[in-house]
Write a protein that binds this ligand. Structure first.
Ligand SMILES: Nc1ncnc2c1ncn2[C@@H]1O[C@H](COP(=O)(O)OP(=O)(O)OP(=O)(O)O)[C@@H](O)[C@H]1O
Ligand SMILES: [Mg+2]
Length: 761
């Protein structure tokens, strides 16, 4: 009996005037005759990889509908729908509707149903010998078949349904990638195969497939035959796709650093929660070493280590994207992780906050440092979330791994009372954490208006110098600034005299909507309270509102995540190689294509490149930039949501492209900010100067002749920002007027009215 869908399909096929009829005819028509697949230039490479139907349990494939995984390859693929393939498909679709030659005459293949009524199971047993046949033999036989026996209508229906299911099979599509048949080309190839098969299959094959019916088993039986067919029919498509995929190969990243691989490195993982002495211990080894490098997640922290180590008598230089301070005769350097050299040889390297390897945007910098550093001893400091990945990486690299586990010096205590929604309950030594700039100023205004406390502020858009100035103002006991209001920027780096961390809220805007702050971040921030050696060694944490308390406790109780993948990003040379396969393609599109086609091992993901693509798009029409220039400009530190800063970047790039000296072309404000828009303006100006300095360090320096001027201006603006923050008592504004305010969101966290708003009411 024909099954339901098969019946429907058959009725469509029977309609001779329909487009489908013509499509079917075309699909059945284009049969080419080639030599044996072993003569294909790809055969020796591909053939052994062809998955055998017996070795692939379906469960292994169900989860990989988007990213194909081949157990036989141990690779993850980002499925490709390349432009070339799309256009190929488009063109073939149009041919399909026109070409009616060489059709499979379905009536010719049909015969009266056999009267004998054999059950499906019995049929399967009778024809089970087909399953054990060599797919190459089956393919040969199909190719050589001219006439085949008639089938009953119901068998025909089932067979067409089996082949239709095969052409829709996600599993088969994923597997086909292993033989370089792209995801977008697969449906076309499968249709062609279907028509070939329908026309030539013999009775035993038909009976066996009918006994299997549409689904996994039939797909696995058909797949190796399909591969044989494709090798002969589509050698050019296979070759082209293979070249493209190979040029975007990011598998085995440990092999990118042959010199580091030639060394026998010792990796020490200082693993523990915040405030447990990880960085302290790693820095001890760093200072003892003859030659050492410290890799920091932030400029601020690199500066702190630079100062601290020099103060202890170990000469140390500083290297960040924006500045280079060479200390005479120094053998030590404190740098930001993006700037670390994988060419230099070190005795000891420290990579701080190693869990940042899993950061969706910046993770690649930590991965590169871990894989590429040429150091006898590498100290990793971080929470346990990436420990398993690091273990795997050490197996790949052959490095020795030593794990040192730490506990917090003093347990963190949760204050169950909370601030009861009233900012009047703040006390000296409190740090109020809010996740939006606007809220930070709202809280500052409220506290300074209704209490006797004065507040310092720390948030991401402030230059590191200003953040340090605010931190020392807060740490210093000889002034009235005893409360700190901070964003998540307080989570890393600064040693602060914080008695209690109070979460103003526990949700934040992620660029799209309000989301709960991840538990790992809550832990990290809460852990800043009560540092060893500070005025308040016993740390407390709580929330402003009682209804947030449960979430805080839940986050603190939660074990650290076990991260499965860490970030990677291609070097310029890899992008250049890929660009060679797609000449004339614009850079933003090229990046997109790279993202879609690159291959990665199971422990890695490709870092998000939205920021990079935004800049690439902006610079698309700037003439005179080489591919490398474009690539480098894309990493400039700019807030892509700040149109003024983006405008200056475009201006810098245009001057550079025209081979003109790049001007700062930006005035200097005369005084500290008197309102929030002036403060925002200062923040932007500092960002532009910081960008100028960064560019001067990443491009030919002579093209940026105003570095000294930019440095002076940046220092002056950081000071003005500091002054402005001390005076700041205004209502905050939003940098981007269109950015939705948390209160406007229907879903997610609803912030109860702050003190200041209650007062205004
Ligand atoms: N053995 C020690 N002797 C003196 N002070 C120490 C010692 N260990 C740690 N400290 C101090 O304790 C504080 C916290 O240590 P450290 O910064 O190393 O912690 P951490 O585990 O790296 O925390 P974080 O998660 O914040 O990076 C620092 O001020 C550090 O100087
Ligand atoms: Mg640390």
């Amino acid at each position: 009996m024909a099954r339901g869908p098969a019946k429907r399909l058959f009725s469509l096929y029977s309609c001779k005037n329909s487009k489908l009829y013509m499509v079917r005819n075309f699909l059945c028509s284009r049969l080419f005759h080639h030599s044996h697949p072993s003569e294909s230039p790809f055969y020796p490479l591909n053939a052994p990889q062809v998955p055998q139907r017996t070795q692939l349990p379906p469960s292994q494939f169900t989860q990989f509908t988007k990213f194909g995984i081949f157990p036989d390859f141990h690779r993850h693929w980002f499925c490709s729908v390349s432009e070339n393939e799309k256009s190929l498909l488009d063109s073939t679709e149009s041919i399909q509707l026109e070409d009616e030659s060489d059709k499979v005459d379905e009536e010719e293949r049909l015969c009266e149903p056999e009267t004998q009524n054999i059950g499906q199971e019995e049929e399967r047993l009778i024809f089970s010998h087909v399953a054990t046949r060599d797919p190459v033999e089956i393919y040969k036989e199909l190719k050589d078949t001219v006439h085949c026996k008639k089938e009953s209508r119901s068998d025909w229906d089932t067979l067409t349904e089996v082949l239709r299911c095969f052409s829709k099979s996600g599993w088969a599509s994923n597997q086909a990638l292993a033989v370089y048949i792209g995801a977008s080309f697969f449906p076309f190839a499968a249709h062609k195969f279907g028509s070939f098969f329908l026309k030539r299959c013999n009775n035993d094959l038909v009976k066996y497939l009918v006994s299997l019916g549409p689904g996994d088993e039939a797909d696995k039986f058909l797949f190796p035959i399909f591969v044989e067919f494709c090798m002969e029919e589509f050698p050019d498509e296979i070759k082209r796709f293979r070249k493209m995929v190979e040029s975007a190969d990011m598998t085995k990243p440990h092999t990118w650093f042959p010199f580091a691989r030639a060394m026998k490195r010792k990796i020490v993982y200082h693993c523990g929660p915040t405030n447990s002495g990880k960085t302290y211990n790693a820095l001890q080894r760093f200072m003892e070493a003859k030659k050492g490098v410290y890799c920091s997640p932030l400029r601020l922290l690199a500066m702190e280590v630079f100062d601290k180590v020099n103060a202890l008598g170990v000469y140390c230089s500083l290297l960040t994207g924006q500045e280079r301070k060479d200390f005479p005769f120094s053998n030590h350097v404190a740098c930001t992780v993006e700037m670390v050299s994988t060419d230099e040889l070190y005795d000891v390297a420290v990579i701080d906050e190693i869990q940042m390897m899993a950061d969706p945007c910046r993770g690649y910098a930590w991965t590169r440092a871990l894989l590429g550093l040429k150091a006898d001893e590498i100290h990793l400091c971080g929470d346990p979330s990436v420990l398993n990945v690091v273990r795997q990486i050490c197996l790949d690299t052959g490095d020795e791994l030593v794990e040192q586990h730490y506990e917090r010096f003093k347990p963190l205590v949760v204050e169950a009372k909370t601030l009861l929604g009233d900012l009047k309950n703040v006390r000296s030594g409190d740090c109020i954490v809010a996740f939006a700039r606007r809220e930070i100023f709202e809280v500052k205004l409220a506290i300074e208006k209704f209490t006797n406390h004065r507040c310092c502020v720390i948030y991401g858009a402030l230059p590191p110098e200003t953040r340090r100035q605010q931190a020392s103002l807060f740490n210093n006991q000889d002034n009235e600034f005893d409360v700190l209001i901070a964003s998540d920027a307080v989570g890393m780096g600064l040693n602060l005299n914080i008695r209690r961390i109070v979460f103003y809220n526990l949700s934040k805007y992620n660029g799209d909507k309000m989301v709960p702050v991840p538990a790992s971040q809550v832990k990290q921030i809460a852990g800043r309270a009560g540092r060893r050696g500070s005025r308040y060694p016993d740390g407390l944490t709580t929330t402003l509102h009682l209804d947030d308390l449960d979430y805080l406790i839940e986050c603190l109780k939660k074990p650290f995540d076990d991260v499965k993948k860490v970030g990677l990003f291609p070097f310029f040379e890899q992008v250049e190689l890929f660009a060679g396969q797609l000449p004339d393609m614009k850079f933003p599109k090229l990046l997109e294509q790279f993202g879609e086609n690159c291959r990665l091992d199971g422990s890695y993901f490709l870092c998000q490149h939205l920021h990079i693509r935004k800049i690439a798009n902006m610079l698309e029409r700037t003439q005179g930039l080489s591919l490398e220039d474009r690539f480098n400009f894309c990493f400039a530190p700019v807030n892509i949501r700040d149109p003024k800063a983006m405008y200056h970047l475009l201006r810098f790039a245009s001057s550079y492209a025209q081979k003109l000296p790049v001007n700062i072309a930006m005035g200097m404000p005369k005084c500290a900010a008197r309102n929030d828009s002036e403060l925002l303006d200062l923040e932007t100006r500092h960002q532009v100067l910081s960008m100028y300095l960064w560019l001067s360090n990443h491009f030919e320096e002579e093209r940026f002749p105003y570095v000294k001027k930019a440095e002076t201006m940046a220092t002056d603006i950081a000071e003005l920002l500091g002054e402005s923050l001390i005076k700041a008592n205004w209502k905050p504004e939003s940098r981007n007027a269109r950015k939705p305010k948390p209160q406007e969101k229907e879903e997610g966290y609803q912030r109860p009215m702050s003190l200041i708003k209650l007062h205004e009411k």
